[in-house]
Design a protein around this ligand. Structure first.
Ligand SMILES: *[C@@H]1O[C@H](CO)[C@@H](O)[C@H](O)[C@H]1NC(C)=O
Ligand SMILES: *[C@@H]1O[C@H](CO)[C@@H](O)[C@H](O)[C@H]1NC(C)=O
Ligand SMILES: *[C@@H]1O[C@H](CO)[C@@H](O)[C@H](O)[C@H]1NC(C)=O
Ligand SMILES: *[C@@H]1O[C@H](CO)[C@@H](O)[C@H](O)[C@H]1NC(C)=O
Length: 590
C-alpha cells in the first residue's frame, strides 16, 4: 500500500515537473494584451478583502518539489493517471544496486560520433528524479548485459544535463527511448522490461528467427520464455523459413523459432507426423497452445500470432499493466469482482474472451486487492464486490460503457459485439446533483453539466479541480473572490467541478486545475482553455475579452479609494500570487 502511494506520488510529481519543464523549452512570446475601456478602473478588484481571503497558504505552492505532500486518498490521484499503473515494478524510493557497467554514458561531446560509429544503438534519455526512469534502470542494465557481444549498444543520456541533445531529439517526457539504425532513430515502442527489450532488439538486429536443433535447446527455451512460436518445417532454409522470418518482424514481442527435428516438434506439442510446414504458438498460461491452420504465408502467420499472443484474461497487477496499456489492442472489457466470488464468474468471462481474440483485451480486476484492484475500481467509479463489467475504449479516448445483466457467456458476448460495433451508450461518473446551488461559485457535477455549463444563454467559466491538488487549493480564494465580484452579472456563471468524481465528454482536463471558458451561444464548439495568470484581474480581463454577452462591472459603492486599494501590501500579495502560479509572465499593470 505504502509503496503504491509513493509510486503514484512520484508519477504525479514527475508529470508536474514535465509540465512545468515544457514551457521553458518551448517558450513562446505571450501577447495577451486586452483592450479595456480606457475609463475602466479595476483597482477595486485588487482590493484585499480581509487577510484570510487574500493570502493563499503558501505551502500549497510547493507541489513541484514536495514529494511528501499530503495525499489524502487513493481514490483521487489515479484519476488522470490510469496509465501510470503501467510502469515500474520496483519501489522508486528504494534505489536498488544497479550494475549498469554495460550501459554506455553519452554526452553532447561524444554523442554524434558514437551514433555514427555503431550500427545499432538504443538510447535512453532520462532524468534522475523520474520514477519511471528509476524503475527502468535495472531492466535496461540487465538487457545491456544480456546483449553484450551482439552488434548493439545500450546507452543513456541524462537529459537534465544535456539540454541541447534533448531538444535536438525532441525529448518531451521521461524516459524517452530511441533505437538508432545507421544514425536514423525511431522511438522504442515496447514494454519497459528486460525481456521485451531484448526480444525486440534481437528482432531488429538479427535474422528474425532462430534454429532449434536439439532437445536441450528446446527445453531451455520452453522453460525460459513466456511466448514462443515454432515452425516445424521441411527445411531450415528456403521459402517456408523466409515466410516465418518475415512474420516474425511484424510481431516484435514474440520469439520465433524453426526446427526440422520431430523430437523438438513433439516437445512443442506438435504431432511429429503432422504435415509440414506447421506452426504452433506456446504460452505459459491457461490457454497454452494454439495451432496455426492457415496458409503458410507471412501475413496469415503474423495475424495468427497477433490474435493469440495475449492471454484470454489478463489479471490486473502492476506487472501485467504494461501489456494491457501498451498493447496494439486498445479496447478492453474489464470485470470487477472480489476474489471470493471470482471463481463463479471467471469461467464465463474466459469463455466469452475466446470470441474476441485480437479485438478486445479481457481484464479481471480483483476489487478486494487494496494495492491495485481497489484504486482501479475507484478510477472507473465501480463500487462494491461486483461482479460488474465495463467496456473501456483505452486511455486515448477514455469512454466507458456499463454492462447490465447476468454474467453469462452469451450476455458478455453480446456486450462485446455491441461494443465493437459502437452500439453502446457511454457512462460518465457523477456525484449527486447538489440540492442547493446558490453560492457565488456554482457547483457542477456530471449530471448537471448540460444544464449549467452548456446553457447557451450564459458565458460560463469552469474550474475542474481535484481535492488533493495544491494549486487548486491555492486558487480557491482568488476564484471565490472573482465569483463574488461577478455575482450580480446574470449572463456570467463562475463554476467549479470536482474532476475526480465527475466526468462529462465536454470536460476534458489535462491535469488540475483546468480552467475552461464556454462562451454563450457557442456551446457546440470546444471551450477555450484559460491560461492567464491566476489573479482576479487577469481572469476578469479574460472574461471581458471573451464573453459573448458584454457586461460591465459596477464598482461597489463602498469601494475604497484608489490609493487605499494599491497599498504596497496589496501589490506584494498580488505579484507573489502571479509569480508563483505556474503560468506567470503576464504582469498586472494596474
Ligand atoms: C562520453 O563522454 C563522457 C564524458 O566525457 C564519458 O563519461 C563517456 O564515457 C563517453 N562515452 C563514450 C562512449 O566514449
Ligand atoms: C539455421 O540453420 C540453417 C541450416 O544449417 C542455416 O543455413 C541458417 O543460417 C540457420 N539460421 C540461423 C538464424 O542461425
Ligand atoms: C466475500 O467477501 C466479502 C467481504 O470481503 C463478504 O462481504 C461477502 O459476503 C463474501 N461473499 C461470498 C459469496 O462469500
Ligand atoms: C465559436 O467558437 C469558434 C471556435 O472557438 C469560433 O471560431 C467562432 O468564431 C465562435 N463563434 C461565435 C459566434 O462566437
Amino acid at each position: 500500500m505504502a509503496s503504491f502511494r509513493f509510486f503514484i506520488v512520484i508519477s504525479l510529481v514527475s508529470l508536474i515537473l514535465i509540465s512545468t519543464l515544457t514551457p521553458s523549452i518551448s517558450k513562446t512570446a505571450k501577447s495577451d494584451d486586452v483592450e479595456l475601456d480606457d475609463d475602466e478602473d479595476l483597482r477595486f478588484l485588487e482590493e484585499t478583502e480581509g487577510k484570510k481571503d487574500a493570502a493563499p497558504s503558501h505551502s500549497h505552492f510547493n507541489e513541484e518539489d514536495d514529494g511528501d505532500d499530503e495525499y489524502p486518498d487513493l481514490d483521487d490521484e489515479e484519476f488522470g493517471n490510469y496509465h501510470d499503473f503501467d510502469d515500474s515494478d520496483s519501489d522508486p524510493y528504494k534505489e536498488p544496486e544497479i550494475d549498469d557497467k554495460d550501459v554506455v554514458v553519452l554526452k553532447e561531446g561524444n554523442f554524434s560520433d558514437f551514433i555514427e560509429k555503431n550500427k545499432f544503438v538504443m538510447v535512453e534519455f532520462y532524468a534522475p528524479w523520474c520514477g519511471h526512469c528509476q524503475a527502468l534502470a535495472p531492466e535496461y542494465a540487465a538487457a545491456a548485459t544480456e546483449l553484450k557481444g551482439e552488434e548493439v549498444v545500450l546507452a543513456k543520456v541524462d537529459a537534465t544535463e544535456e539540454n541541447e541533445l534533448a531538444q535536438e531529439y525532441d525529448v518531451q517526457g521521461f524516459p524517452t527511448v530511441y533505437f538508432f539504425v545507421d544514425g536514423e532513430h525511431k522511438p522504442y515502442p515496447g514494454a519497459r522490461n528486460k525481456e521485451a527489450i531484448v526480444t525486440w532488439i534481437k528482432k531488429k538486429i538479427g535474422p528474425g528467427i532462430s534454429n532449434i536443433t536439439t532437445i536441450d535447446e528446446a527445453e531451455r527455451i520452453l522453460t525460459s520464455e513466456s511466448k514462443v512460436a515454432l515452425g516445424y518445417l521441411n527445411s531450415l532454409v528456403g521459402p517456408e523459413s523466409e515466410e516465418i522470418a518475415a512474420a516474425s518482424r511484424l510481431q516484435d514481442d514474440v520469439s520465433f523459432y524453426q526446427t526440422v527435428n520431430p523430437d523438438v516438434a513433439k516437445l512443442f506439442h506438435l504431432d511429429p507426423q503432422v504435415k509440414r510446414p506447421a506452426l504452433v504458438l506456446v504460452k505459459m498460461e491457461a490457454e497454452k497452445i494454439n495451432y496455426f491452420d492457415g496458409r503458410f504465408v507471412k501475413t496469415a502467420i503474423s495475424e495468427f500470432v497477433f490474435s493469440n499472443k495475449l492471454p484470454l484474461i489478463t489479471i490486473f497487477t502492476r506487472e501485467s499493466a504494461p501489456s494491457i496499456f501498451e498493447s496494439d489492442i486498445k479496447k478492453q472489457i474489464l470485470m470487477f469482482a472480489a476474489s471470493n466470488i471470482s471463481e463463479k464468474y471467471l469461467p464465463s468471462f474466459q469463455e466469452a474472451a475466446k470470441s474476441f481474440k485480437g479485438k478486445l483485451i479481457f481484464v479481471y480486476v480483483q476489487v478486494d486487492n487494496e494495492d491495485f484492484g481497489r484504486p482501479v475500481a475507484d478510477y472507473f467509479g465501480v463500487s462494491g464486490d461486483g461482479p460488474k463489467l465495463l467496456a473501456y475504449t483505452g486511455n486515448d479516448d477514455a469512454r466507458k460503457f456499463v454492462f447490465d445483466g447476468e454474467v453469462t457467456v452469451d450476455k458478455i458476448k453480446a456486450f462485446g459485439e455491441d461494443f465493437l460495433e459502437d452500439r453502446l451508450k457511454p457512462f460518465y461518473k457523477s456525484e449527486p446533483i447538489p440540492e442547493t446551488n446558490n453560492g457565488d461559485v456554482k457547483v457542477v457535477v456530471g449530471n448537471n453539466f448540460d444544464e449549467i455549463v452548456l446553457d447557451e444563454s450564459k458565458d460560463v467559466l469552469l474550474e475542474i479541480y481535484a481535492p488533493w491538488c495544491g494549486h487548486c487549493q491555492a486558487l480557491e480564494p482568488t476564484y471565490n473572490k472573482l465569483a463574488k465580484h461577478l455575482r450580480g452579472i446574470d449572463s456570467l456563471v463562475i463554476a467549479k467541478m470536482d474532476g475526480t468524481t465527475n466526468e462529462h465528454p465536454r470536460a476534458k482536463s489535462d491535469g488540475f486545475p483546468t480552467i475552461l471558458f464556454f462562451p454563450a451561444g457557442n456551446k457546440s464548439f470546444d471551450p477555450i482553455t484559460v491560461d492567464t495568470d491566476r489573479t482576479v484581474v487577469a481572469f476578469y480581463k479574460f472574461l471581458k475579452k471573451h464573453a459573448s454577452i458584454p457586461f460591465k462591472l459596477q464598482k461597489p459603492v463602498s469601494a475604497p479609494k484608489a490609493e487605499a486599494a494599491s497599498t504596497p501590501e496589496t501589490k506584494v500579495e498580488e505579484s507573489k500570487e502571479s509569480d508563483k502560479s505556474s503560468n506567470g509572465g503576464l504582469k498586472d499593470e494596474l
